[in-house]
Design a protein around this ligand. Structure first.
Ligand code: CA
Length: 544
């Protein structure tokens, strides 16, 4: 596309220019040899931003895999107490919610096969530890949501074990009865083989297990199972849990979006009956339109999968595979489809999660700039934004699942709190520095993420508003949009997604006050000679 700069007579608001020239003088370049941390322009410029806490579902959520996060008792496995010691740092990064991947007793390292829905896995600690963690989070304005895995249980769950024991004893010519074994109704058993079913050992029965033979699918039509689910939600809500991340919602009724939507509606309504603020976010790994169908359930949030992963909109934008304008039009089309399906929906953007290759591996030869830009493309979306632990320091890990769930890279040396790798994890050569180095490096990915989250906290409209394109300045390399909401002051966000400096005439922009900046390096976002100058990958946040 044509550059639009220079096509229109340039004018500038004098006040903006004066404000800017003052701000720019405060810049202090980092001194690599010095011991004191000297922050670059970005941090100085944004230092006056005031964080505005709003107590609603629009959060900055940190996805934590406890197993690999922080080990408090030196057994090599991360735990609840370990996470609790890191809460101040998590809050200071700008997070306002934590999503805990499954914490219930399980025989696997990932714990997505639950053996007891109302207990804490002893590897992670005790119920008291959980209560203490939740209290400490709430004291810091951090909400806690936990994984709720309802599609299946562990093979070793007592419900399944009871049903199995019953079927082992049941004579061939007898019909099973839930009067004798209520748990027969908790799962899908069949005397005939069916697609998605596994042979039940020592019987002539089959059971549904779509993901793995050790994870039998629950019968979600069973009234007793539904009663169990309500009891489980009640249990965790009474322990202060603020909501649930719902695993594998498209598999509840495999291939039946209508029934999945109906179940989500029931689940969401039951949760809100227990606590009107109970928040739900569902994992529907599918496209915009199928996600829209599920939003008809009235569920708060469904993850914005079209933007995530190595083939998603965020990566493709940061890699220059699609245009910056495509990022904006994709946001708008998803927002419209989902908002239409559920007017009260809360978008749930994310970039990667525990099932995806880590993003630092997406850009060969990247010096960190594209990794940072992509982080901002995620964080500047509306809704409740999710960041998978380790992305904020550009950890690496791809291929087998264990690699995607590597120990949080606190330090290069075997340091306090470092976890052992999950069994079977390959050796992973990290590309960027560990946390303890990045926290003191003003140009680190970590400090960039901090800055992006800080901006999000300072302007509530970024999370809560709808996206409106600023077509006048939109180009293949320039994303330009306003976040608009009736209750909050609008902001305009201009993003240079290219590795070249870009300029935009202020005259073309509806907003002129530069309020916050994101620079991936030493080059500064600034206003100069009636133009907004965006260095490579630079981002400007402006108000009227
Ligand atoms: Ca431990």
């Amino acid at each position: 596309m044509m550059k639009k700069q220079g096509m229109i007579r340039k004018t500038v608001l004098l006040s903006s220019l004066l404000l800017l020239s003052t701000s720019c003088q405060q810049n202090a370049a980092a001194d690599p040899s010095g011991s004191a941390v000297s922050f670059p322009q970005m941090h100085d410029f944004n230092s006056s931003l005031k964080e505005t806490a709003v107590d609603d579902a629009y959060r900055n959520t940190y996805e934590v895999f406890l197993r690999s996060y922080y080990d408090s008792d030196h057994d090599g496995i991360g735990d609840l107490k370990g996470l609790q010691t890191k809460l101040d740092e998590i809050r200071d990064m700008g997070f306002t919610e934590i999503w805990l991947m499954p914490i219930c007793p399980s025989d696997t390292y990932h714990k997505y096969d639950v053996k007891d829905y109302m207990a804490i896995d002893p590897q992670y600690g005790t119920m008291e530890d959980y209560d203490s963690l939740v209290k400490a989070c709430h004291e810091r304005g951090i909400r806690v949501i936990t994984d709720l895995v309802l599609n299946h249980t562990a093979f070793g769950h007592e419900w399944f074990q009871n049903a199995w024991a019953y079927l082992k004893e049941l004579p061939e010519d007898w019909q099973p009865s839930t009067d004798y074994c209520p748990y027969f109704d908790y799962y899908h058993f069949s005397r005939e083989f069916q697609s998605g079913y596994e042979k039940l050992p020592d019987t002539n029965w089959y059971y549904e297990a779509r993901f793995w033979d050790q994870m039998p699918d629950l019968n979600l039509d069973s009234e007793q199972v539904r009663n169990e689910i309500v009891s489980i939600m009640k249990f965790w809500l009474e322990h202060g849990t603020d909501g649930f991340r719902l695993d594998a919602v498209t598999s509840y009724y495999t291939g039946d979006p209508e029934k999945n939507t109906a179940f989500l509606k029931w689940l969401s309504e039951e949760g809100k009956k227990l606590n009107p603020d109970c928040y739900f976010v569902g994992e529907a790994w599918t496209n915009k339109d199928e996600i829209a169908v599920l939003y008809q359930s009235g569920i708060d949030s469904l993850f914005a999968f079209p933007f995530a992963d190595a083939e998603g909109v965020i990566k493709k934008t940061a890699a220059g595979i699609i245009g910056a304008d495509d990022y904006v039009t994709s946001m708008i089309s998803c927002e419209q489809a989902w908002q239409q399906a559920n007017p009260a929906y809360v978008n749930a953007p994310f970039y990667t999660n525990h099932d995806m290759g880590r993003s630092a591996g997406y850009y060969a030869g990247d010096d960190g700039s594209r990794t940072k830009l992509a982080g901002a493309l995620n964080i500047l979306m509306n809704g409740n934004v999710f960041v998978y632990y380790g992305e904020e320091i550009g950890m690496k890990g791809a291929g087998r699942d264990e690699n995607k769930r590597a120990p949080m890279y606190w330090s290069k040396d075997a340091a306090e709190g470092m976890c052992d790798p999950p069994e079977g994890m390959d050796d992973i050569e990290m590309k960027f520095d560990p946390y303890d180095v990045q926290k003191d490096d003003p140009y680190s990915i970590l400090n960039y993420y901090r800055e992006a989250l800080k901006i999000r906290n300072a302007f509530p409209v970024i999370a809560r508003g709808e996206t409106v394109a600023v077509d006048a300045v939109m180009e293949e390399e320039i994303a330009a949009f306003i976040r608009h909401h009736e209750q909050y002051d609008d902001v305009m966000i201009i993003i240079n997604t290219s590795e070249n400096e870009e300029t935009v005439s202020l005259n073309e922009l509806p907003f002129h006050e530069l309020k916050a900046v994101l620079n991936t390096g030493a080059d500064e976002v600034r206003i100069d000679n009636e133009e907004l100058i965006l260095p490579p990958f630079g981002i400007a946040v402006m108000t009227k």
